[in-house]
Design a binder for this molecule. Structure first.
Ligand code: FES
Length: 173
């Protein structure tokens, strides 16, 4: 049996008095205007990033920086540290073997998530989008990162670990 329309407004409409015309109607012109503004905002932000990169190129690390006493980092372990000028840059120091050290920037080259060394697979993982890097060279092994991890040279001298810009291989002096 068909329900008879009493002509009366349902009670839920009285409880939620939304003017449906105002809530749902967006004209084509308004939508096009919104898209135009959104595109403009994206273009401006991209332009800002490019100008900033050109005006303030990444600083090269000057000199040698003490990181830690070598005996504080067991083989297979990773240590997070920061160095830099005005903006501190996070790095990871990895002790792959007794005399084999690596230091990489900790920011993933995809969208700058923090990477970490996984001893169980001997690789560097970016957990954000399943990105993987070689723990030996920093090269991309898998996932969306477009470039290898920036690497510092590691120098071990008299039981102390230092890093500096330079050759990729670490040296024991
Ligand atoms: S941010 Fe590292 S894979 Fe996306």
């Amino acid at each position: 049996m068909a329900k008879k329309d009493s002509g009366k407004e349902p009670s839920w409409k009285a409880d939620f008095p939304i003017e449906s015309k105002r809530a749902t109607h967006v004209s084509r012109r308004e939508f096009a205007k919104f898209l135009g503004l959104l595109s403009g905002a994206f273009a401006l932000s991209n332009g800002f990033i490019v100008i900033r990169a050109m005006a303030f190129p990444d600083e090269r690390l000057e000199g040698e920086h003490f990181v830690v006493d070598a005996d504080k980092v067991p083989v297979g372990e990773m240590l997070q540290f920061e160095i830099g000028g005005e903006d501190l840059i996070p790095y990871i120091l990895i002790r792959l073997e007794e005399n084999k050290w690596r230091a990489f920037e900790q920011k993933c080259t995809h969208l700058t998530c923090a990477v970490r060394y996984r001893e169980d697979v001997n690789k560097i993982e970016c957990p954000c989008h399943n990105g993987w890097f070689s723990a030996d060279t920093g090269e991309v092994l898998q996932g969306p990162p477009p470039r290898p991890l920036p690497q510092l040279e590691v120098v071990v001298r008299e039981g102390k670990v230092y890093v500096r810009e330079g050759e990729r291989e670490n040296r024991a002096v």
